[in-house]
Write a new protein. Structure first.
Length: 240
């Protein structure tokens, strides 16, 4: 609802954001504004600059061949009860080759599901397995949508490629404000070498920001992405 309202109001103004959470509990989320924390709220910041900038979103998730159809879901709670007319968690666990009891955040991060729109895939990350073997998602899901089984590709080359493309268009970065999905962080933390390499890349690109629990990109709510804005040192028309 918030994104639909902002998208309608902003029109052609590019925008991005990230969702707050409370570690992995997802029960009481807050945002900080003017000296105190607020629940059930969003903070919107409008920025005007003469510097060149670009709002971006990237992910390292690659499509597989298997498709799953949501056959029973509650959109309001983002809860999927059935995939392919069977209990959702059982279908998902069977697809990735593990028992339902083995499903956890790291398993969800390694085996995401996505919706295809045109030639692009938008991840719909799973939040948890419920006692009735339904699955709760971080993004909205509806009856009838087709989910594609995805796999993770190389994260660091994807990140380096993003910054190379941004550098070619904007020149050396003045600042990059980013929202990096916490599922990506979990993946990186599983590899000690990746932690150091990722930190070095982000420092070099002057990135500030936070790990988010869902990202927003021009009116869309997405998961498992690195989304933000890169601001160059040059002003419009090449000025400084």
């Amino acid at each position: 609802v918030v994104l639909a309202a902002l998208g309608a109001a902003f029109g052609s103004i590019p925008h991005f954001g990230g969702s707050a959470a409370d570690d992995h509990h997802l029960k009481h989320t807050h945002v900080y504004y003017e000296g105190r924390f607020h629940a059930g709220a969003a903070v919107v910041v409008l920025v005007n600059t003469a510097l060149d900038f670009e709002v971006f979103s990237t992910h390292h998730i690659l499509p597989g061949a298997e498709k799953l159809v949501v056959t029973r879901a509650d959109n309001a709670s983002r809860r999927v009860y059935e995939l392919n007319a069977e209990p959702a968690a059982e279908v998902y666990a069977r697809m990735i080759g593990v028992p339902v009891s083995a499903l956890d955040l790291r398993m969800f991060a390694a085996h995401p599901l996505a919706v295809r729109l045109g030639d692009s895939y938008y991840v719909r990350s799973i939040q948890r397995v419920n006692a009735d073997h339904s699955l709760t998602f971080y993004c909205a899901v509806e009856n009838g949508i087709v989910l594609t089984a995805m796999r993770t590709g190389p994260l660091l080359p994807n990140l380096e490629s993003l910054f190379q493309r941004l550098g070619e268009r904007l020149g050396p970065p003045l600042l990059t404000i980013g929202c990096d999905c916490f599922l990506r962080r979990l993946e990186i933390e599983d590899d000690p070498d990746a932690v150091a390499l990722t930190s070095e890349i982000l420092r070099r690109q002057r990135v500030i920001g936070f790990n988010s629990y869902g990202e927003q990109f021009n009116g869309m709510h997405i998961n498992q992405t690195f989304t933000g804005v890169a601001i160059g040192r040059r002003g419009r028309n090449g000025g400084r």
